[in-house]
Ligand binder design. Structure first.
Ligand SMILES: Cc1cc2nc3c(=O)[nH]c(=O)nc-3n(C[C@H](O)[C@H](O)[C@H](O)COP(=O)(O)O)c2cc1C
Length: 347
């Protein structure tokens, strides 16, 4: 077993966080990851998206949506005592939604002891953490914040976050304008802050987990690797695309809140060109393409115009695995590597 401050803090087996991946749902993935012994994470950005097209009898507000998802995830992870969290990006345009989402976590925990014992974390990202410290802390959860630079990590620390997730530029989904990659970012953040740090961006196996631990991290957060799992909520076309992509098959292009890393297809090439022409100039066309492409990726529409966020690590993923076997494999490989490290040294 690989015990770290992360596994101890959360009471989980593996020092692995299944990343939030809105605006797509990760409910099934969250259940699978939590039941297998990692931290499962519910994505909440999609709640706003589906909220615009509610079905008959469906919840109508982000608060109601998240309450319903928490109840479902809690039910499906009860037997195996799965531990889970919610990812809440903090874009100020969605202030009201964010308040509703934090309240949903807080109320769910207050009203049910079992949920309080297993819904342990809010992972915030993509926004200023400072205004949210008090209300998140009041909810009683641990607070992790995603930071793409030392500057943002220090900000998360002063806002009162318990853990920083240092997220390098090779990762899938939204990335910072400044291209700082995990190999430099992670040790720099670890040196700069006094709170524990998790690495994100580029992790997929035991070797990369050991690398993160060697740099001083307490665990890793993985997004792209978890897309290509049997249980994940993502369309089969997307899972296949992860497996088929090489490490050269990603592009950074315009996305609604800033640049994002996409698996390469026609729409990614266009979004990349638009970004090169200037974020402001390309913004409207970019958001239009992204909105259409998100719908296509959910329905399984044209793979060239579907939005497929994905990291460079896609080049190191060559199969669709079950979540349980994936995590077992990561642990076994990490243990093997740790045991053999001395043998790599020439005497
Ligand atoms: C499809 C997809 C959607 C994502 N959406 C979110 C999101 O809603 N919130 C967030 O904090 N990060 C989001 N991310 C970033 C991930 O949480 C994670 O940090 C990233 O995937 C790590 O890099 P990796 O893809 O190399 O594992 C997304 C990533 C992907 C691939």
């Amino acid at each position: 077993m690989i015990s770290t401050a992360l596994t101890e803090m959360l009471g989980i087996r593996y020092p692995v966080i299944q990343a939030g991946m809105g605006p797509w749902n990760t409910d099934k993935l969250c259940v699978a990851a939590a039941n297998a012994g990692a931290l499962g994470v519910i994505s909440t950005v999609g709640i706003g998206y589906f909220w615009t097209r509610p079905e008959e009898g469906a919840p109508k507000t982000p608060y109601e949506f998240l309450r319903a998802i928490i109840a479902k995830v809690a039910g499906e992870t009860a037997e195996r005592r799965g531990v889970f969290g919610a990812n809440i990006p903090l874009a100020m345009e969605f202030k009201e939604q964010i308040e509703g989402l934090i309240k949903a976590v807080s109320d769910a925990r207050r009203e049910d002891e079992d949920v309080a014992a297993r819904l342990k974390v809010i992972i915030t990202s993509a926004g200023n953490p400072t205004p949210w410290g008090e209300v998140i802390k009041e909810s009683g959860v641990l607070w992790f914040h995603v930071a793409p630079s030392v500057y943002h990590a220090l900000k998360a620390q002063s806002a009162g976050a318990d853990v920083v997730i240092a997220s390098g530029r090779e990762g899938g989904g939204h990335v910072a304008f400044e291209p700082i990659h995990t190999m430099v970012l992670l040790p720099a953040v670890i040196k700069a802050v006094d709170i524990p740090v998790v690495g994100a961006g580029g992790f997929c196996d035991g070797a990369s987990l050991v690398a993160a631990l060697a740099l001083g991290a307490i665990g890793v957060q993985m997004g792209t690797r978890f897309i290509a799992t049997r249980e994940s909520d993502f369309h089969q076309l997307w899972k296949n695309k992860v497996v088929e992509s090489s490490e050269m098959d990603t592009l950074v292009g315009i996305s609604i809140f800033g640049p994002a890393r996409y698996l390469k297809n026609e729409v990614a090439i266009r979004l990349h060109e638009l970004l090169r022409g200037g974020f402001e100039q390309g913004y409207n066309e970019g958001v239009m393409l992204e909105t259409k492409g998100i719908a296509l990726s959910i329905e399984g529409g044209d793979p060239e115009w579907s939005i497929y966020f994905g990291g460079e690590v896609a080049g190191r993923i060559d199969g669709i695995a079950g979540v349980g076997e994936l995590l077992e494999g990561i642990e076994a490989e990490a243990e093997r590597i740790i045991a053999s490290l001395q043998g790599n040294l020439k005497r």
